[in-house]
Ligand binder design. Structure first.
Ligand SMILES: N[C@@H](CCC(=O)N[C@@H](CS)C(=O)NCC(=O)O)C(=O)O
Length: 220
């Protein structure tokens, strides 16, 4: 694991916070152990969160004197700090592709996010999907399909997970939890992510979390 001194990651709910999950997976990709600082999403904890994260959002990483918030900034910071960790593909064209699709999930797919919020405690057998979310779902499937066809899977950029897998990991859960119809390739990708060791660890921790439906009111 890490040769780092101090690393603390502020997160909120493991069940509902997709951005917390992304930040945490990125730390695992970098190979650093983090102390988790769980800050509940309620008015009482807002002041505490503001002290930790100027955006009043999680995740926020404190690492060897650096304070980094916003998931993509955390990815780039960790990749710079640990260039040998393989967080981004070696090949510059694949690397540009990885950054592009990571940027796409970071800045888009708002209909998908609001129609199918991440909830790691639910497994619907069928679920009515808002038609506005369909184009987002189709675009995500096209992204996964293209990556797996080009790079050979089982992860988006080949045999090892990268930043892009951390960024799309919460989407795999949305697709599975809400029984989104998928082709075999996309389903296999969702299943690959489900058994990726850090993801499996997070899923188990989420299942053990107490219920807190207030979390559903925030934007994930
Ligand atoms: N663009 C931000 C989005 C972060 C975000 O929206 N985080 C949500 C949690 S998933 C949040 O902190 N909501 C308020 C809270 O949980 O207190 C990033 O990439 O980190």
């Amino acid at each position: 694991m890490s040769e780092s001194g101090s690393a603390q990651l502020s997160i909120s709910s493991k069940t509902y916070s997709a951005w917390s999950l992304r930040g945490w997976l990125l730390c695992r990709l970098a190979g650093i152990e983090v102390e988790e600082k769980v800050v509940a999403n309620d008015a009482a904890n807002r002041a505490e969160l503001l002290l930790l994260s100027p955006s009043v959002l999680v995740p926020r990483l404190e690492h060897e004197g650096a304070s980094v918030w916003d998931t993509l900034a955390i990815a780039e910071y960790l990749n710079e700090k640990y260039p040998g960790a393989g967080m981004l593909p070696q090949d510059p064209i694949a690397r540009a592709h990885c950054r592009s699709i990571s940027g796409e999930i970071h800045s888009g797919f708002t209909n998908l996010r609001s129609a199918l919020p991440m909830n790691l405690k639910v497994e619907h057998e069928s679920f009515p999907i808002f038609s506005g979310a369909r184009p987002d779902i189709e675009r995500i499937e096209a992204i996964w399909q293209e990556c797996i066809e080009i790079y050979g899977g089982p992860y988006l950029f080949g045999s090892e997970p990268t930043v892009a897998d951390a960024m799309y990991a919460p989407v795999t859960r949305r697709f599975l939890s809400y029984a989104v119809p998928m082709n075999d390739l996309c389903r296999a990708y969702c299943e690959t992510i489900a058994v990726w060791a850090p993801m499996a660890e997070w899923l188990a921790a989420a299942k053990a979390e107490p219920e807190d439906i207030e979390e559903l009111d925030v934007e994930f």
